[in-house]
Design a protein around this ligand. Structure first.
Ligand SMILES: C[S@@+](CC[C@H](N)C(=O)[O-])C[C@H]1O[C@@H](n2cnc3c(N)ncnc32)[C@H](O)[C@@H]1O
Length: 322
């Protein structure tokens, strides 16, 4: 009889070369770090060890194990129904912006807590600050309009001594603002990151959840499990990621001297046209589009700066190479 076992490529080549998740998950190793994962690991129809990605508890426990094993995060949790981030894709964003910073520093990635990043919409999971700090020692300010997300992110920082003093959370009290009320007077950031709410309406977010569940289960799901993997404000914003990014671009102009690079994730390629138009209107001096492959999904980072070359050079020399 033919074996059902599938052959897998050893390396997930679509992930960034420094991404720690390029190889298939080694569940035995992960279980050694996090024994509570054991009860969720099963051999699937292809004779591979895996967890049930339809089960939010299993996915959360896998994330806890990954964060512990690869990033020394002892305590990580999120409130029920909040977005449980796929760690490999989130790590990719961090590695690509590290290269972006390095490209302005003679190819050397600037490291340490003197590098200050601003994460717009940090979420309850605090994923970008965790990975950015653990991989490159950077310090972070994370913002969110959701007090529950801020409280949860704060709890993660407070319960992991190595993160204390490296990650600060700030509540954005006006949902229409992105940077206003967040930047303090004379405060400088080296880069901003953002994974914007994706869908344009609650109905679209629900349809997206149904699609995701149907793909996962290979069944025809007609009603979403309420809030599966994301609160509504995490998933949608009026006008979707396109409007969110446009607002961010418009408002970034006001802080043009206070930040070297602004950046955001853009999932939908068709949104790029209006985003480039918005960048042209604010007269961004340099715009970079960095493609990222994440499993079956592809996305890209769009980054822009208002700093002229000479000022970029001085910034890198005085701030990153002190
Ligand atoms: C897709 S989630 C991203 C969460 C997390 N960064 C991640 O990648 O898993 C988007 C987040 O943006 C937040 N958000 C929406 N409008 C915002 C604003 N004006 N300022 C800051 N955060 C905002 C939402 O509350 C939500 O937590």
């Amino acid at each position: 009889m033919l074996s059902k076992k599938r052959e897998h490529p050893k390396i997930k080549s679509q992930l960034h070369p420094r991404n720690k998740h390029r190889e298939r998950y080694d569940f035995q190793q992960l279980i050694e770090s996090s024994p509570e994962l054991a009860k969720y690991v099963k051999v699937n129809n292809y004779d591979d060890e895996s967890v049930d990605f339809f089960n939010p508890e299993a996915v959360k426990t896998l994330n806890k194990a990954l964060l512990k094993h690869y990033y020394d995060i002892e305590n990580w949790d999120i409130p029920q129904n909040y977005l449980c981030p796929p760690i490999p894709g989130r790590a990719d964003y961090i590695h690509y912006i590290a290269d972006l910073l390095g490209s302005k520093n003679n190819g050397k990635i600037p490291i340490g807590d003197k590098i200050k990043c601003l994460d717009i919409g940090v979420g309850a999971n605090c994923v970008y600050p965790i990975i950015g700090n653990k991989e490159y020692g950077w310090s972070f300010v994370g913002t969110d309009i959701d007090p529950v997300a801020i409280e949860s992110a704060n709890k993660i920082v407070e319960s992991n001594p190595s993160l204390k003093g490296k990650i600060e959370l700030r509540l954005q009290t006006n949902p229409k603002d992105i940077f206003r009320g967040i930047f303090k007077k004379y405060e400088l950031f080296d880069i901003t990151v953002c994974n914007p709410p994706f869908h344009a309406s609650l109905a679209e977010a629900k349809a997206g959840t149904i699609r995701k569940l149907s793909n996962l289960t290979k069944k025809n799901i007609t009603r979403p499990i309420l809030n599966f993997g994301g609160q509504s404000n995490e998933l949608w914003y009026e006008g979707g990621e396109e409007k969110f990014a446009e607002t961010m671009i418009r408002q970034s102009k006001q802080f043009s001297d206070s930040c070297f690079w602004f950046s955001t994730l853009i999932s939908k390629e068709s949104n790029l046209r209006s985003i480039y138009e918005a960048l042209r209107k604010v007269e961004a001096l340099e715009v970079k589009t960095i493609p990222m492959g994440q499993g079956n999904k592809t996305g890209r980072i769009v980054a822009w700066t208002f700093l002229p070359r000479e000022q970029q050079f001085i910034w890198a020399k005085t701030k990153w190479n002190r």
